[in-house]
Design a protein around this ligand. Sequence first.
Ligand SMILES: CC(C)(COP(=O)(O)OP(=O)(O)OC[C@H]1O[C@@H](n2cnc3c(N)ncnc32)[C@H](O)[C@@H]1OP(=O)(O)O)[C@@H](O)C(=O)NCCC(=O)NCCS
Length: 169
Amino acid sequence: MSGRDEQVLVIRNVEQRDLDACFETESRCFLPSEAASRENIARRIELFPEGFLVAELDGRVVAHVNSGSTGKDDITDEAFKAMVGHDSGGANIVIFCLAVLPEFRRRGIARRLLLRFFEESKELGKRRIMLLCKTDLIPFYRNFGYAYAGESASTHGGFTWHEMVLALA
Ligand SMILES: CC(C)(COP(=O)(O)OP(=O)(O)OC[C@H]1O[C@@H](n2cnc3c(N)ncnc32)[C@H](O)[C@@H]1OP(=O)(O)O)[C@@H](O)C(=O)NCCC(=O)NCCS
Protein backbone atom coordinates (compact mmCIF):
# COMPACT_ATOMS: atom_id res chain seq x y z
CA MET A 1 0.00 0.00 0.00
CA SER A 2 1.36 3.44 -0.85
CA GLY A 3 -0.09 5.15 2.19
CA ARG A 4 -0.72 8.84 2.38
CA ASP A 5 0.17 8.44 6.04
CA GLU A 6 3.28 6.38 5.29
CA GLN A 7 1.64 3.40 6.96
CA VAL A 8 3.24 0.01 6.55
CA LEU A 9 1.01 -2.89 5.57
CA VAL A 10 2.36 -6.38 6.12
CA ILE A 11 0.59 -9.51 4.92
CA ARG A 12 1.69 -12.61 6.85
CA ASN A 13 0.51 -15.99 8.03
CA VAL A 14 -1.49 -15.99 11.21
CA GLU A 15 0.05 -16.80 14.59
CA GLN A 16 -1.65 -17.94 17.78
CA ARG A 17 -1.18 -14.46 19.30
CA ASP A 18 -3.50 -13.03 16.62
CA LEU A 19 -6.59 -14.81 17.97
CA ASP A 20 -8.02 -11.83 19.88
CA ALA A 21 -7.54 -9.41 16.97
CA CYS A 22 -9.07 -11.83 14.47
CA PHE A 23 -12.03 -12.49 16.74
CA GLU A 24 -12.57 -8.74 17.11
CA THR A 25 -12.45 -8.27 13.32
CA GLU A 26 -14.87 -11.14 12.81
CA SER A 27 -17.28 -9.80 15.42
CA ARG A 28 -17.26 -6.28 13.99
CA CYS A 29 -17.59 -7.35 10.35
CA PHE A 30 -20.38 -9.91 10.57
CA LEU A 31 -23.73 -10.28 12.27
CA PRO A 32 -23.73 -12.57 15.32
CA SER A 33 -25.67 -15.17 13.30
CA GLU A 34 -22.91 -15.43 10.68
CA ALA A 35 -19.68 -14.58 12.54
CA ALA A 36 -17.28 -17.40 13.36
CA SER A 37 -16.97 -18.27 17.03
CA ARG A 38 -13.72 -17.68 18.88
CA GLU A 39 -13.33 -21.48 19.11
CA ASN A 40 -13.66 -21.93 15.36
CA ILE A 41 -11.13 -19.18 14.67
CA ALA A 42 -8.73 -20.83 17.13
CA ARG A 43 -9.15 -24.16 15.31
CA ARG A 44 -8.44 -22.56 11.96
CA ILE A 45 -5.26 -21.00 13.34
CA GLU A 46 -4.16 -24.26 14.92
CA LEU A 47 -4.99 -26.64 12.07
CA PHE A 48 -4.33 -24.59 8.95
CA PRO A 49 -2.13 -21.51 9.50
CA GLU A 50 -0.88 -21.94 5.91
CA GLY A 51 -4.36 -20.93 4.72
CA PHE A 52 -4.86 -18.08 7.20
CA LEU A 53 -3.39 -14.66 6.39
CA VAL A 54 -3.59 -11.46 8.39
CA ALA A 55 -3.02 -7.87 7.31
CA GLU A 56 -1.03 -5.90 9.85
CA LEU A 57 -1.10 -2.13 9.54
CA ASP A 58 1.60 -0.43 11.57
CA GLY A 59 1.71 -3.49 13.82
CA ARG A 60 -2.05 -3.83 14.30
CA VAL A 61 -3.97 -6.73 12.77
CA VAL A 62 -6.86 -5.07 10.91
CA ALA A 63 -7.99 -7.74 8.46
CA HIS A 64 -7.74 -11.43 7.67
CA VAL A 65 -8.66 -14.18 5.29
CA ASN A 66 -8.97 -17.76 6.51
CA SER A 67 -9.76 -21.11 4.99
CA GLY A 68 -9.96 -24.86 5.18
CA SER A 69 -9.01 -27.47 2.64
CA THR A 70 -10.91 -30.45 1.31
CA GLY A 71 -11.01 -32.90 -1.54
CA LYS A 72 -14.80 -32.62 -1.65
CA ASP A 73 -16.73 -30.30 -3.95
CA ASP A 74 -19.61 -29.76 -1.53
CA ILE A 75 -18.60 -26.86 0.70
CA THR A 76 -21.96 -26.26 2.38
CA ASP A 77 -21.30 -28.49 5.37
CA GLU A 78 -21.57 -26.30 8.49
CA ALA A 79 -19.19 -28.52 10.45
CA PHE A 80 -16.42 -27.78 7.94
CA LYS A 81 -16.33 -24.20 9.29
CA ALA A 82 -15.19 -25.76 12.56
CA MET A 83 -12.54 -27.63 10.52
CA VAL A 84 -14.38 -30.95 10.80
CA GLY A 85 -13.31 -32.82 7.66
CA HIS A 86 -10.46 -30.41 6.97
CA ASP A 87 -7.77 -32.15 4.90
CA SER A 88 -4.58 -30.11 4.43
CA GLY A 89 -3.80 -32.13 1.33
CA GLY A 90 -7.20 -31.61 -0.32
CA ALA A 91 -7.34 -30.19 -3.85
CA ASN A 92 -9.77 -27.41 -2.90
CA ILE A 93 -9.01 -24.49 -0.62
CA VAL A 94 -12.18 -22.91 0.75
CA ILE A 95 -12.26 -19.34 2.01
CA PHE A 96 -14.41 -19.12 5.14
CA CYS A 97 -13.93 -15.46 5.81
CA LEU A 98 -12.43 -12.32 4.33
CA ALA A 99 -12.87 -9.35 6.62
CA VAL A 100 -11.41 -5.85 6.94
CA LEU A 101 -12.25 -3.64 9.93
CA PRO A 102 -14.74 -0.96 8.78
CA GLU A 103 -12.41 1.98 9.37
CA PHE A 104 -9.70 0.44 7.15
CA ARG A 105 -11.85 -0.43 4.12
CA ARG A 106 -11.52 0.87 0.54
CA ARG A 107 -7.74 1.16 0.78
CA GLY A 108 -6.86 -2.02 -1.08
CA ILE A 109 -6.32 -4.23 1.98
CA ALA A 110 -8.72 -6.98 0.84
CA ARG A 111 -7.06 -6.86 -2.57
CA ARG A 112 -3.63 -7.41 -1.02
CA LEU A 113 -4.97 -10.30 1.08
CA LEU A 114 -6.70 -11.98 -1.86
CA LEU A 115 -3.71 -11.67 -4.18
CA ARG A 116 -1.40 -13.14 -1.56
CA PHE A 117 -3.94 -15.86 -0.78
CA PHE A 118 -4.00 -16.73 -4.49
CA GLU A 119 -0.19 -17.04 -4.56
CA GLU A 120 -0.06 -19.07 -1.33
CA SER A 121 -2.79 -21.42 -2.60
CA LYS A 122 -0.79 -22.10 -5.73
CA GLU A 123 2.32 -22.72 -3.63
CA LEU A 124 0.33 -25.23 -1.58
CA GLY A 125 -0.54 -27.06 -4.79
CA LYS A 126 -4.27 -26.39 -4.58
CA ARG A 127 -6.34 -26.81 -7.74
CA ARG A 128 -8.99 -24.25 -6.98
CA ILE A 129 -10.15 -21.65 -4.51
CA MET A 130 -13.81 -21.86 -3.55
CA LEU A 131 -16.03 -19.67 -1.41
CA LEU A 132 -19.60 -18.73 -0.61
CA CYS A 133 -20.66 -15.09 -0.71
CA LYS A 134 -23.81 -13.03 -0.45
CA THR A 135 -25.45 -11.61 -3.58
CA ASP A 136 -23.98 -8.10 -3.23
CA LEU A 137 -20.39 -9.39 -3.26
CA ILE A 138 -20.63 -11.44 -6.46
CA PRO A 139 -19.18 -8.51 -8.51
CA PHE A 140 -16.41 -8.03 -5.94
CA TYR A 141 -15.17 -11.60 -6.37
CA ARG A 142 -15.75 -11.57 -10.14
CA ASN A 143 -13.38 -8.61 -10.22
CA PHE A 144 -10.69 -10.97 -8.84
CA GLY A 145 -11.35 -13.60 -11.51
CA TYR A 146 -13.76 -15.83 -9.57
CA ALA A 147 -16.47 -17.49 -11.66
CA TYR A 148 -20.06 -17.77 -10.53
CA ALA A 149 -20.89 -21.41 -9.81
CA GLY A 150 -24.52 -21.08 -8.77
CA GLU A 151 -26.68 -20.55 -5.74
CA SER A 152 -25.60 -22.57 -2.74
CA ALA A 153 -27.78 -24.87 -0.68
CA SER A 154 -26.33 -23.15 2.39
CA THR A 155 -28.65 -20.99 4.48
CA HIS A 156 -25.94 -19.96 6.93
CA GLY A 157 -27.12 -17.09 9.14
CA GLY A 158 -30.48 -17.12 7.37
CA PHE A 159 -29.09 -15.66 4.11
CA THR A 160 -28.88 -16.72 0.45
CA TRP A 161 -25.33 -17.70 -0.54
CA HIS A 162 -23.61 -18.05 -3.89
CA GLU A 163 -20.67 -20.23 -4.78
CA MET A 164 -17.65 -18.65 -6.48
CA VAL A 165 -14.69 -20.61 -7.85
CA LEU A 166 -11.22 -19.69 -9.07
CA ALA A 167 -9.30 -22.41 -10.92
CA LEU A 168 -5.57 -22.47 -10.16
CA ALA A 169 -4.35 -25.36 -12.24
C1 LIG B 1 -15.72 -6.86 1.29
C2 LIG B 1 -14.48 -6.34 2.03
C3 LIG B 1 -13.62 -7.51 2.47
C4 LIG B 1 -13.68 -5.41 1.09
O1 LIG B 1 -12.49 -4.99 1.75
P1 LIG B 1 -11.70 -3.69 1.29
O2 LIG B 1 -10.35 -3.71 1.93
O3 LIG B 1 -12.53 -2.47 1.53
O4 LIG B 1 -11.57 -3.91 -0.30
P2 LIG B 1 -10.47 -3.24 -1.26
O5 LIG B 1 -10.25 -1.82 -0.81
O6 LIG B 1 -9.27 -4.10 -1.36
O7 LIG B 1 -11.25 -3.22 -2.63
C5 LIG B 1 -10.86 -4.05 -3.73
C6 LIG B 1 -11.84 -3.76 -4.88
O8 LIG B 1 -13.16 -4.16 -4.50
C7 LIG B 1 -14.06 -3.06 -4.53
N1 LIG B 1 -14.94 -3.21 -3.37
C8 LIG B 1 -14.62 -3.03 -2.08
N2 LIG B 1 -15.68 -3.28 -1.28
C9 LIG B 1 -16.69 -3.67 -2.12
C10 LIG B 1 -18.05 -4.04 -1.88
N3 LIG B 1 -18.56 -4.11 -0.66
N4 LIG B 1 -18.79 -4.36 -2.96
C11 LIG B 1 -18.29 -4.29 -4.21
N5 LIG B 1 -17.01 -3.93 -4.50
C12 LIG B 1 -16.22 -3.61 -3.44
C13 LIG B 1 -13.17 -1.84 -4.44
O9 LIG B 1 -13.77 -0.71 -5.02
C14 LIG B 1 -11.96 -2.28 -5.21
O10 LIG B 1 -12.24 -2.21 -6.60
P3 LIG B 1 -11.20 -1.58 -7.64
O11 LIG B 1 -9.96 -2.43 -7.55
O12 LIG B 1 -11.88 -1.70 -8.95
O13 LIG B 1 -10.95 -0.20 -7.17
C15 LIG B 1 -14.89 -5.48 3.29
O14 LIG B 1 -15.85 -4.52 2.88
C16 LIG B 1 -15.47 -6.28 4.44
O15 LIG B 1 -14.73 -6.76 5.30
N6 LIG B 1 -16.81 -6.43 4.48
C17 LIG B 1 -17.49 -7.14 5.59
C18 LIG B 1 -17.20 -8.61 5.61
C19 LIG B 1 -17.58 -9.28 4.31
O16 LIG B 1 -18.68 -9.12 3.78
N7 LIG B 1 -16.62 -10.07 3.79
C20 LIG B 1 -16.77 -10.82 2.57
C21 LIG B 1 -17.62 -12.03 2.71
S1 LIG B 1 -16.73 -13.48 3.16
